[in-house]
Design a protein. Structure first.
Length: 128
């Protein structure tokens, strides 16, 4: 079960290049947490989540934290729809599910107001 740890976040609303900003943010946060070895995987997971959560979602923030001794990367999305009604869960493609399953010890999502928080916990050595 995913807990809601204290995390550092980056607001993506209004950013002209949200993917670039998110990737840079995630790498810097991994380094600051002493998890440089996981930086590439964290950036890959972030890019995949931002690019693949479906047309019914809009990414609004990226979060990085340590949970149970692991690096956790998450993306907050808002559900949006043409008819004014959003989805009730994020659409994660089979390719993204496979990648998350391969790279992580756990991944999932939880509802948040108007959307979801999709998270992925990356294995690795304890932080230095």
């Amino acid at each position: 079960m995913d807990t809601a740890p204290a995390s550092l976040g980056l607001d993506l609303l209004g950013d002209a290049e949200p993917l670039r900003a998110a990737r840079r943010f995630v790498r810097v946060q991994a380094e600051q947490l002493g998890r440089e070895e996981q930086g590439d995987d964290a950036v890959q997971v972030t890019a995949e989540l931002l690019g693949d959560l479906g047309t019914g979602t809009r990414p609004v923030a990226v979060r990085v934290s340590e949970v149970d001794g692991a690096l956790q990367v998450g993306v907050d999305v808002r559900f949006v729809g043409d008819d004014g009604h959003g989805a009730d869960r994020p659409a994660v493609s089979a390719r993204t599910r496979d990648l998350l399953t391969h790279l992580s010890t756990a991944w999932g999502w939880r509802p948040v107001d108007g959307g979801a928080h999709v998270w992925c916990r990356l294995p690795g050595p304890p932080a230095r």
